[in-house]
Design a protein around this ligand. Structure first.
Ligand code: NOJ
Ligand code: NOJ
Length: 613
């Protein structure tokens, strides 16, 4: 019985230099596109596979060259950017992207570090330059503050490394976390290669500043990765959590343990649970964005916190977790109907993916990097199923899997089963078809812009977007089972006593009404929420007298609130002859919008003493 006690369970710019290439005509586009004369629909499957393999191979070269062209000082599309500065794109007008964003740069350099570790030793010079550039950028006073008063949250700088003073959505708190993650990856390699001094002398000072920033500010609001919504962003909190977990391990390894990192990581992990709303992951909370909440933000969060040694863990939102898969389907489906180029695509096949359905920025078209991100999540998931030898289909992930086998039911499917083989084959083919979309809408010269037209797939917005190239390459690595080193997610456990100020995803609300009644009386609650009849007496919730005794006259009931919020309610009594008697009290209220105790689910018990009118 829940009614006994209150239980709460639980190019310097060198605009000059950088512009030359920005004005290059889109050569590839003016020529007929590959897919127009190839007519892939008519091709046999193996021909199609060969086409994709061939595209992946040639495009990978273009992509790595495209990234290096955007890194100073020698990048051919941004001569004059300071050493180690990664420009977002050489486009200097509509939009002007000749800046360095901390986020884009860190995500790109993470890929460079991973490729370096995997054997591309020629990339070390760029990494070293990047370290040098970040050492300087961290201490540039800027509109977000100085390095010790919030300046690390500044989203972007001029490509000569000087401050950008224009109006902008600032601060953006994912930047320092992403930079720390990138530098930690390189530090781990150095530690294995007698580079301990390098780490303590050059890298740790940068990393420690970033981690300190994360620790001090993660619970404050800021702008999301798309630079538009002020609130708490799932992507931001996810990468902050990862940075603190990895940072704690590195700190220990170099003899500078810091318990505060893990304490804050636990707080972050609790806070992250609140973004799950029962159907998908809200991209932003504590924000009034007026949007559906379905957003590629969350898919990027999943792939950038993928840990190859962790199973399908829901708490860290691993790519193969039930929640991440359910979310993937919701986000993908939100793009199926809004772009003409996606029309009539069966649900087991890929579509072009944008940022979020309400997007209007530069026309609000699909993005290459988000289309690649969905492929990457699927390849990551396939790798884990293969590694662990089974797929676990839960109530939560069932809709995702039913796109491939409509009659599938929940359960565990071992890798020896036919169902497993059918699912993995279909999912791999869907993942590939995301890359095929990129293939279809990539000009013959392989240049990747930021967006491609929702109407005909023509490249749009910033040209040669560094992040587009990086996203293509990380998706391809995942396809080839070349995964980045693990970051320790397998050691992370969700605290039992999560305390977060974020709203809970779900509240089990028990009502305990203490009141004397006569034989034949029935007690009800009617209230503002659908579960309580939305003030319609005929749909009011009946309470149960099961635990009613003479000493303890108790009427009780319970509802599950999926979207916890403030609700109003009132008790009434229906006598055996049908007459209604209201309680004397005015409408009662309970506010369940904040203060989540318990990671995603919270049990709340209200004790109300009643008197009848
Ligand atoms: C608004 C856009 O939506 C955002 O993503 C972009 O970064 C900024 N404007 C700057 O162009
Ligand atoms: C706009 C995107 O919304 C943002 O995420 C990115 O950092 C900048 N463009 C630069 O690429």
């Amino acid at each position: 019985m829940k009614c006994v006690s209150q239980l709460i369970s639980v190019c310097f710019v060198f605009v000059l230099f950088c512009t030359a290439s920005a004005h290059e005509p889109r050569r590839g586009w003016t020529r007929p596109q590959q897919w127009l004369h190839q007519g892939p629909l008519q091709h046999k499957q193996d021909q199609k596979d060969n086409d994709l393999e061939h595209f992946i191979q040639t495009q990978s070269h273009v992509a790595i060259a495209g990234i290096l062209a955007n890194i100073g000082p020698d990048g051919k599309r941004c001569h004059g950017a300071a050493p180690g500065i990664v420009i977002a794109s050489p486009s200097n007008v509509d939009p002007d992207y000749v800046y360095t964003w901390t986020r884009d740069a860190a995500l790109t350099m993470k890929l460079i570090v991973d490729r370096f570790i995997a054997g591309s030793k020629d990339l070390q010079a760029s990494i070293e330059d990047y370290i040098g550039a970040q050492t300087k950028l961290q201490v540039v006073d800027n509109p977000s503050g100085t390095f010790s008063s919030g300046g690390l949250g500044e989203p972007k700088f001029n490509v000569d490394g000087s401050v950008f003073n224009g109006a902008w959505g600032r601060p953006q708190r994912d930047g320092p976390a992403l930079r720390a993650i990138t530098l930690i990856a390189y530090s781990k390699w150095l530690l294995e290669h007698e580079g301990e001094h390098e780490v303590t002398a050059r890298l740790w000072p940068i990393i420690a500043k970033d981690l300190q920033y994360v620790e001090a500010t993660w619970h404050q609001d800021g702008f999301d990765l798309w630079e538009e919504v002020k609130g708490s962003s799932f992507f931001t909190l996810s990468v902050q959590h990862r940075a603190l977990v990895e940072g704690a391990t590195l700190a220990r390894a170099i003899g500078k343990p810091n318990a505060a990192y893990l304490d804050n990581a636990s707080g972050l992990l609790c806070a992250l649970q609140a973004f799950w709303n029962g159907d998908f992951v809200e991209a932003n909370i504590n924000a009034n964005s007026g949007r559906s909440g379905k957003d590629a933000n969350t898919i990027l969060a999943s792939i950038h916190t993928f840990d190859v040694l962790t199973g399908c863990d829901d708490a860290t939102f691993q790519p193969c977790s039930s929640k991440a898969l359910a979310n993937l389907k919701e986000v993908v489906d939100s793009f199926r109907t809004i772009y003409p180029i996606n029309a009539h695509t069966p649900t087991d096949q890929a579509v072009a993916i944008g940022r979020y359905q309400e997007d209007v920025y530069m026309g609000g078209h699909p993005w290459y990097l988000n289309t690649a991100a969905v492929a990457e999540q699927l390849y990551d998931a396939l790798h884990q199923w293969n590694r662990t030898g089974s797929i676990n289909v839960t109530e939560t992930s069932l809709p995702f899997f039913q796109d491939f086998i409509p009659k599938l039911s929940t359960g565990q499917y071992k890798s020896t089963s036919k169902t497993y083989r059918t699912l993995t084959r279909a999912i791999r083919s869907q993942a590939d078809s995301y890359l095929r979309i990129i293939q279809k809408y990539t000009p013959t010269d392989g240049s990747l812009a930021e967006q491609f037209s929702r109407d005909d797939g023509r490249p749009l917005s910033a040209t040669h977007l560094t992040w587009s190239y990086a996203a293509f390459l990380t998706a391809v690595s995942a396809r080839n089972n070349h995964h980045p080193a693990p970051w320790g997610a397998s050691n992370v456990t969700l605290p039992h006593d999560c305390k977060s100020s974020a709203p809970c995803a779900f509240v089990a609300l028990s009502f305990c009404a203490h009141v004397q009644t006569a034989w034949g009386d029935a007690v009800y609650i009617v209230g503002s929420s659908a579960e309580l009849g939305a003030w319609d007496l005929t749909r009011a919730m009946p309470l149960s007298a099961e635990d009613h005794t003479v000493v303890m006259p108790l009427w009780a009931g319970e509802i599950n609130l999926k979207r916890p919020r403030r609700i109003a309610y009132k008790y009434f009594l229906r006598k055996y002859d049908g007459t209604v008697v209201w309680e004397k009290h005015e409408n009662r209220e309970i506010d369940l919008a904040g203060g989540c105790t318990g990671a995603q689910e919270r049990a709340v018990v209200v004790d109300d003493v009643l008197e009848w009118e």
